[in-house]
Design a protein around this ligand. Structure first.
Ligand code: AMP
Ligand code: MG
Length: 486
């Protein structure tokens, strides 16, 4: 009996159905010797994709960009953006190619995009390729974020191309398949605003509301409501990052989605020893995107987003600015609520904000002073509450009185304490572990990477098998700088 032919994905093309100036058609480059590194089977299942097909020759051809199935319509999306505050009128997908959308089991579309499959009309001086390192990093960190419960783009696959790419050195090339609820960025709006293309902005607003904010369809002030909705999602996203000690690293407007998903895992990293001013990104010399500055950066980006909507708010510029300011004004409150509520959950607190907020700030201040490991500290509180594991706090008067205060503020309510378990992960993708996985991968050994992916899939569960991966870096293992590596 012959096996039934396996089904290739059937792509939809909502984005490619937009007017021509939204994108450029492209043909991905052929990979000389594609080899599969990993497929995300559970995500494939959610997307109705046949994992067996993805593993087949045809599947591998698609995931490496070497040969696309019928029905794919490869395009590079146009966008602009502010990079570290400097305006760039045209960026666009220089090393990413959208194949189309597929339908998630939740009923909504997801973009399937190849990263690193060659040049596009937006590549400028770049080669459109990606070294293996950034592919493995994005796979690990984006999937960890998803498992941690943070809105994020996802990893469907990583494929080695068999090609050498040249950066400062010769490196193995790879292609990453990214899944996102869309790839529309603040910078996409800026692209049309900068060109005074109000029709383009209207089309984009319709598209975004349709895809991400369907509740706003019938709203009378759709443009204003859209701004508020994006502000809400971004404020809550940035608060979540901070509660996990995550530093995005390149919060440029082209790296901020309007869906509220984390995107672009370049020089991102999780904090080990807590210091609020921590920066890892080698290109962020001023500390613009340090852990503590992320809400300021987010708010600034949202102001750039608001600016693009001014022509839609009102013909009267002053009135339009008033509307934008009114919406932007809400960011701080929404962010603070989200930020402090999340930290209250981490500490098992349930009191009124006037009491818990100063205590949260005091806790973070003490943590910074004594360089405690962010993840280990919060996880030890959970273990103390649930398993009676004694707390190992730094020896000091400050911590002694902190402990007394914590015991006082800590809730008695089991439901509140239960939230600690899902707020304080046991394991995060620590930099030295990500680095270790990349280094082994460069030598052709993906077992370290695969083990780390598996460990990070259940970040809130204690697991003996992965106990070593929980540990902070020894001093010789510390990673002090991360690179985009593009
Ligand atoms: P990113 O740092 O990933 O946000 O990228 C910023 C801009 O540079 C985007 O327009 C990218 O498409 C482009 N870019 C990054 N790496 C490359 C590359 N290797 N080749 C071409 N364009 C690139
Ligand atoms: Mg980017």
């Amino acid at each position: 009996m012959s096996a039934l032919p396996m089904p290739a994905p059937s792509f939809l093309h909502h984005y490619a159905g937009l007017p021509d100036r939204f994108f450029e058609s492209v043909i991905p480059a052929k990979a000389p010797k594609p080899e599969l590194i990993r497929i995300n089977e559970s995500l494939a299942a959610e997307l109705g994709l046949d994992a067996e097909w993805l593993r087949s020759d045809e599947g591998l051809a698609m995931l490496s960009g070497s040969g696309l199935p019928d029905g794919a319509k490869p395009i590079a999306q146009a966008y602009a953006g502010h990079q570290f505050g400097g305006w760039v009128p045209q960026l666009g997908d220089g090393r990413a190619i959208l194949l189309g959308e597929v339908t998630h089991e939740d009923g909504s579309p997801r973009d399937i995009q190849l990263k690193g499959s060659g040049r596009t009309p937006f590549s400028r001086g770049g080669d459109g390729k990606s070294p293996l390192g950034p592919v493995l990093r994005e796979y690990l960190v984006s999937e960890a974020m998803a498992a941690l419960g943070v809105p994020t783009t996802r990893a469907l696959a990583a494929v080695a191309t068999g090609e050498t790419v040249y950066r400062d050195e010769a490196l193995p090339g790879a292609v990453f398949t990214r899944v996102a609820s869309s790839h529309i960025r603040v910078g996409t709006f800026q692209f049309f605003y900068a060109r005074e293309d109000v029709e383009g902005l209207r089309t984009l607003v319709d598209f975004v509301i349709d895809r991400h904010y369907p509740d706003l369809k019938e709203s009378e002030n759709r443009d204003e409501e859209l701004l508020k909705a994006v502000i809400r999602r971004q404020a809550s996203l940035i608060a979540k990052w901070m509660q996990l000690g995550f530093i995005h690293g390149v919060m440029n407007t082209d790296n901020m989605t309007v869906s509220g998903e984390t995107i672009d895992f370049g020089p991102c990293a999780f904090i080990d020893e807590f210091h609020p001013e921590t920066v890892f990104s080698s290109i962020d010399r001023q500390g613009r995107y340090a852990w503590i500055n992320q809400p300021v950066a987010g708010n600034w980006n949202l102001a750039r987003f608001a600016e693009t909507l001014l022509p839609l708010f009102s013909d009267d510029r002053e009135e339009a600015v008033r509307i934008a300011e009114r919406c932007l004004h809400e960011f701080e409150t929404i962010f603070n609520d989200s930020y402090f509520d999340g930290f209250a959950d981490k500490l098992g607190l349930s009191g009124a904000a006037e009491m818990t907020r100063p205590f949260i700030e005091k806790t973070l201040g003490l943590m910074a002073e004594s360089s405690v490991d962010f993840t280990v500290f919060f996880n030890s509180l959970t273990r103390f509450c649930f398993e009676g594991v004694p707390l190992e706090l730094p020896e000091s008067e400050g911590w002694k009185s902190w402990l007394e205060e914590w015991q006082k503020w800590k809730s008695e309510d089991v439901e509140v304490l239960e939230r600690m378990k899902f707020s304080n992960p046991v394991i995060i993708p620590r930099n030295h572990r990500v680095e270790e996985a990349i280094q082994a991968g460069m030598k052709g050994d993906f077992s370290v990477f695969n083990r780390l992916v598996e460990a990070l899939a259940n970040p809130y569960e204690e697991c003996e098998e992965f106990a070593d991966l929980k540990l902070p870096p020894a001093s010789r293992e510390k990673v002090t700088a991360t690179f985009c590596g593009t």
